[in-house]
Write a protein that binds this ligand. Structure first.
Ligand code: TUI
Length: 314
């Protein structure tokens, strides 16, 4: 069985995390992933603290395995969410879209393992100094808020810069990607896009269909001008937004243009105004199945590939 030090650190069967997708990854999805042997993660996104507490309690009802909460550091509710995870003593906190430095002491004091998502070597070094338990190195192939460096280039550079366990994220949706991540020095993987079509993932039918129908060139990065590049499925809306970015439209109008677009995609399946976040790997995600089966398939495929890797050596 594919196992690594991240399994012992957190107490999980497989070295596989489910990404903290805002508006999408709720207590039910997180529990399904944790019950399947991975680490399920509730996304706080832009939601208030009480929503996060409610989802933590839902997950705790549905699983006796460890699960985590992802805190999106640009959220207007970040302070209250940071307090809620400490009060509820979740096993793991992952963070995204910024520097979690000012919360790390209080989370560690609550016994939480802090695993920041990083997109650069500098941030990896800083998080190592501040006492993170592990790091998630996320390449620009991922969905949502993205950095510039690809997973292939980022993961080995981050592994060289830290002694902490590193998980690879961005562009991984099957056993080949997981096996390759181990070859790059990672000891685990995080997948988001693949879990969008998990049976327990409660998003609009239209969103799932967009993922199932996507191909290799179906995603686009928008938001660079406002400093928050985000990868999503190409739609008339995202293409229009992309054009607006390179027009004379003032920043505040541009911001208003995109407001609420993520919720519209997830809950309403609004193909005109919704923003369907997804990674470049969406083209490879072609089948719906329970989260536990996704995890088992990916881990078993990776194991076969890694066992057979000596065929390259003569
Ligand atoms: O965070 C993500 N993915 C996301 S967040 C999101 S919601 C959102 N809402 C409004 C604007 C933007 C996004 C949708 N998807 N992934 C983890 C991630 N973190 N990727 C890149 C980073 C990151 C970027 C900068 C981590 C640290 C960082 O530090 C910058 C600094 O110096 O503070």
């Amino acid at each position: 069985m594919l196992q690594s030090k991240i399994c012992d650190l957190i107490g999980i069967k497989y070295p596989l995390f489910q990404g903290g997708m805002a508006w999408i990854a709720d207590g039910k999805l997180a529990a399904a992933v944790s019950n399947g042997g991975g680490l399920g993660i509730i996304a706080a996104g832009n939601a208030p603290g009480e929503y996060v507490r409610e989802q933590i309690r839902i997950a705790a009802e549905l699983t006796d395995k460890p699960f985590g909460v992802n805190i999106m550091l640009l959220s207007p509710f970040v302070e209250e969410v940071a307090a809620v995870v400490a009060e509820e003593k979740v096993a793991v906190v992952t963070t995204g879209a910024g520097n979690p430095g000012k919360y790390m002491e209080s989370w560690k004091a609550a016994g939480i393992k802090v695993i920041p998502v990083v997109a650069s070597v500098a941030m990896a070094k800083l998080m190592t100094r501040l006492g993170a338990s592990a790091l998630i190195a996320e390449g620009g192939e991922s969905g949502g808020h993205v950095g510039d460096t690809t997973t292939m280039a980022l993961v080995p550079q981050i592994c060289d810069a830290t002694d902490l366990p590193v998980l690879a994220a961005g562009g991984i949706a099957d056993g080949r990607g997981a096996a390759a991540s181990f070859m790059l020095g990672a000891c685990g993987v995080q997948m988001g896009t693949r879990f969008l079509v998990a049976e327990e993932c409660n998003i609009h039918r239209e969103y799932k269909d967009k993922i199932l129908k996507a191909n290799d060139i179906s995603t686009i990065v928008t938001g660079k001008r406002l400093g928050h590049p985000v990868r999503s499925i190409k739609t008339p809306f995202s293409k229009e937004y992309f054009k607006a970015e390179y027009s004379q439209m003032p920043d505040d109008e541009l911001e208003a243009f995109a407001a609420g677009a993520l919720r519209l995609a997830v809950q309403e399946g609004d193909v005109k105004k919704g923003c369907f976040l997804a990674g470049q790997i969406a083209g490879m995600v072609n089948e719906e199945m329970p989260a536990a089966q996704i995890i088992k398939e990916v881990m078993e495929e990776a194991e076969v590939i890694l066992k057979g890797a000596s065929k390259w050596v003569k």
